[in-house]
Design a protein around this ligand. Structure first.
Ligand SMILES: Nc1ncnc2c1ncn2[C@@H]1O[C@H](COP(=O)(O)OP(=O)(O)O)[C@@H](O)[C@H]1O
Ligand SMILES: [Mg+2]
Length: 266
């Protein structure tokens, strides 16, 4: 059974007297354990699609069935429960609180949860989440003491805090360099393969789509192609083949020193 099933999904934004047709009738099924890359040009409806799947927004019309339940028939409270317990979100800009440590950022969703989870339990769960993304040793660092890749991993740990079965990520590597992007894709692939978490990840970068199991392309509010990825890229193997981060940095420093020496020599 599909975890996510949408039919004739439409979303029209009304801005003044203008109507923007962001989704014009989208149909798709996503199976448990799939890793869907969602791609397409800017303005094609990708984020709108994801906001609706994540119950952050409602469609103008059409059907959305999540785990066999019709989302359009759910009350506001039930929607909030789905959003908090079944779905995790990761965004391009990390969205971390800057004056707050990594572990506190990860705990945050529990602080606002109606389940009233005690401090010790919050701490335990946040540490477990940080361990999954390999950042236990950075738990007390603030975001400005972390690299972009580490900040995104904190954001992934925060998204995992309620043990969601679906992760939605909107351009999560959009602000990251190539190597860091591969490291972040490695985290997503491990969550997908080792924990069976269903992932939908928006990206406009072709090579990033290749880490998924399937690629869906949007254009003008429609899905225009939907294909299984035949040669899935594996971030773990690519990282193993790259020189270590330290070696790469040492090589950069040596190259810079050589350029300075040449400049100085005239
Ligand atoms: N809150 C909003 N109000 C009005 N128009 C919006 C809103 N969000 C998105 N749009 C419009 O809907 C279309 C699809 O946007 P979006 O889903 O963000 O596309 P993408 O993520 O592919 O860049 C665009 O034309 C965009 O300007
Ligand atoms: Mg977008």
């Amino acid at each position: 059974m599909a975890v996510i099933s949408v039919r004739n999904l439409k979303k029209t934004y009304v801005v003044g007297d203008i109507q923007v047709h962001a989704l014009r009738g989208v149909a798709s099924d996503v199976e448990q354990g799939e890793f869907l890359a969602v791609t397409g040009p800017s303005g094609s409806g990708k984020s709108t699609f994801m906001h609706i799947l994540g119950c952050l927004d409602r469609p103008t019309s059409g059907q959305y069935i999540l785990d066999g339940q019709d989302v359009s028939k759910m009350s506001k409270d039930d929607l909030a429960k789905v959003r908090n317990h079944r779905i995790g979100f990761v965004f391009q800009g990390f969205n971390l609180l800057s004056r707050t440590s990594a572990i506190e950022n990860v705990e945050l969703p529990l602080l606002y949860s109606r389940d009233h989870i005690k401090g010790a339990e919050r701490h335990k769960r946040a540490m477990a989440s940080l361990e999954i993304v390999g950042l236990l040793d950075r738990s007390h660092h603030h975001p400005n003491q972390l690299s972009g890749g580490q900040q995104q991993r904190v954001a992934i740990a925060r998204a995992l805090i309620n043990n969601p079965s679906i992760l939605l990520a909107d351009e999560p590597t959009g602000n990251l360099d190539t190597r860091t992007s591969i490291e972040v894709m490695d985290v997503f692939q491990r969550l997908n393969i080792e924990r069976g978490i269903t992932i939908l990840l928006i990206t406009h970068e072709h090579d990033i789509t290749q880490y998924g199991t399937r690629t869906v392309a949007f254009r003008d509010g429609h899905i225009v192609s939907d294909m299984k990825n035949v040669n899935r890229r594996m971030a773990k193997d690519e990282l193993a083949a790259l020189p270590s981060r330290e070696a790469a940095e040492a090589a950069d420093a040596a190259a810079a020193a050589s350029v300075s020496a040449k400049l100085a020599a005239g």
